[in-house]
Design a protein around this ligand. Structure first.
Ligand code: ACM
Length: 556
């Protein structure tokens, strides 16, 4: 271990960018370390000296916080290639040179306190997730590289008090347009955990692929899980790659991922999209369409691989008119699917989609028109509302709640629905005014499929969304007064993958914007500072390299 003595201490409150100078007595060299914690903690005060983290360091935990101690070792192994011995906390335990986890009896659920001094590191919280968040902060006090750590390294003395601003801190991933394997989903969950996100919205069904095994309906994955090709370039495509493409998660894999997320205090909200974006399900079970015998409409402008006859899994991107027919067959099918989904996902919420459902087929369907009359509905929007409300009633009867995209406001909101506002902020404002919970995901601020440069350096969709815009986003719209603001549970970035065919591209699109959003969701509004955040980016980049992730490198 090299001897280190802090010769310079700064006391800074509510400010996270500062140099810590160490005198390396043995080599009398000055080195400088920046302490960069993202998302920025509520309060951070530098102390005197540092803790020497080396092979003699021990973790001390009791039974009730052993999980967090174990997770610290999981991350030390993943990031640095070593683990530390864990000692059981007893009254007689010697805490010298230890990292101590301690559950406390009072305080806010998610808060934690991290104290580093020359003798020990202490993480305290009234909850296990708070201890986990404190542990994540500690990881960012460790070196951003695994080089030259064999003899130990200094951890600066610091005292941090911290808690989140929003209860819902989400990342979404579309695995329908492109499929991502279990290993990448686990990586994605770790990226989320590092920055204290707590909700993964897993978009599992799409026109271009159904990705979740449903045992009662095997064709959903054997047929709906694959397409015969994919368009090249933007719609309608300059060609088709004619590559048979697809994949799905088995129920065993899903259980493994749900457990992986739970270990990281991340809830997974599965999305089973309805009544639109249903082409893959309809290709598997054509009776789900109002026109089962009619071939999928494919524009002659779309270069297509294989047959254009019969119901097809889509090979191009967009919105398609052949949607779920609101028949008893469809409702029974959806209930059966949701029964299996609920067995796999313990989350309070199930996302039922609800966006981008063209009404053209419902308009020309005699069955739908009769149903509108019978149910005294106003029009096809009323029929969509009827559809969503029936599903809501079913899920509520099983103790679950629905989330839907903001189109579920049209034709009347289901009584207990939470609204995801994506076409802007108005859907969220309207829902909050109707006293419904809201998650903000407006395209202009948090659609990470949009380009990061004005002249996009790769194929993207949807326009330009620079880091600054994400960082400056405020999830509570100014239109909402204090009595309505609490309906905004938080926000989420959406990652639609039409133009993200592999994990490296996803990583490139999410970082560093995901780090910016983590501060929006976690840090106190008034302490956020874009210039400081940008100054920290080079340090974040080093952290990304340690995490093993790709990222957008052209900043600042
Ligand atoms: C969406 O972006 N269609 C929710």
């Amino acid at each position: 271990m090299f001897p280190i003595k802090a010769i310079h201490t700064q006391l800074l409150i509510m400010k996270k960018f500062f140099p810590v100078f160490f005198l390396l007595i043995s080599v009398t060299t000055f080195c400088q370390t920046n302490v960069v914690i993202v998302p920025q903690p509520v309060s951070m005060k530098m102390g005197t000296g540092n803790f020497t983290f080396d092979k003699a360091t021990r973790i001390v935990a009791s039974k009730s916080d052993m999980h967090e101690a174990t997770m610290l070792n999981v991350y030390l192994k993943k990031l640095y290639g070593f683990t530390l011995p864990v000692k059981s906390a007893t009254a007689a335990t010697n805490n010298e040179h230890s990292i101590i986890f301690k559950l406390t009896s009072s305080g806010k659920k998610d808060e934690y306190h991290l104290d580093v001094d020359a003798n020990k590191i202490t993480i305290r919280s009234p909850s296990n997730e708070g201890l986990f968040y404190g542990m994540q902060t500690l990881l960012q006090l460790l070196p951003p590289t695994k080089e030259n750590i064999a003899d130990g390294f200094p951890v600066p003395a610091v005292s941090i008090d911290d808690y989140p601003r929003f209860q819902y801190r989400g990342m979404h991933l579309d695995v329908g347009r492109h499929f991502f394997d279990v290993d990448f989903i686990k990586k994605y969950l770790d990226y989320m955990a590092y920055q204290k996100y707590n909700t993964f919205h897993w978009h599992l069904t799409e026109d271009q692929g159904w990705r979740i095994q449903i045992k009662r309906y095997p064709k959903l994955t054997s047929v709906g899980g694959y397409r015969n090709g994919t368009i090249i370039g933007h719609y309608p495509g300059t060609g088709n790659d004619s590559i048979h493409y697809g994949g799905f998660y088995t129920q065993e894999q899903i259980k493994e991922i749900v457990k992986y997320a739970k270990d990281r205090f991340i809830t997974i909200i599965p999305e089973i999209e309805m009544p639109g974006h249903a082409s893959a399900a309809i290709a598997a079970y054509p009776q789900l369409s109002c026109f089962p015998d009619q071939s999928t409409e494919i524009s002659p402008r779309v270069p297509w691989a294989g047959s254009r006859v019969g119901k097809q899994v889509q090979q191009a991107w967009g919105v398609f008119p052949d949607v779920f027919c609101p028949s008893e067959y469809t409702f029974k099918f959806i209930e059966n699917v949701l029964d299996e989904v609920m067995q796999l996902f313990p989350s309070k919420y199930i996302h039922i989609g609800g966006d981008e459902c063209p009404k053209t087929y419902w308009k020309k369907s005699a069955f739908c028109q009769k149903l509108i009359k019978e149910k005294h509905l106003k029009d096809e929007n009323g029929l969509q509302s009827y559809f969503i409300q029936r599903i809501e009633k079913y899920l509520n009867s099983k103790g679950r709640r629905i989330i839907g995209w903001d189109e579920i406001l049209e034709g009347g909101l289901a009584p207990n629905a939470t609204v995801m506002s994506w076409r802007g902020e108005q859907g969220g404002i309207d829902a909050a005014e109707q006293h419904h919970d809201v998650i903000m995901t407006p395209g202009k601020y948090v659609y990470f499929d949009h380009a990061q440069t004005k002249n996009s350096d790769s194929l993207t969709i949807g326009g330009y969304l620079p880091l600054d815009t994400v960082y400056n986003y405020h999830p509570v719209p100014k239109e909402l007064n204090d009595s309505l603001a609490h309906y905004i549970l938080g926000a989420q970035a959406n990652v639609w993958t039409e133009y993200m065919a592999n994990p490296q591209k996803v990583e490139y699109m999410i970082f560093p914007r995901m780090s910016a959003l983590s501060e929006v969701l976690w840090s106190p509004k008034d302490s956020r500072n874009l210039d400081e955040f940008k100054e920290e980016l080079p340090d974040m980049y080093k952290r990304y390299q340690l995490w093993g992730t790709n990222y957008f490198k052209s900043l600042p």
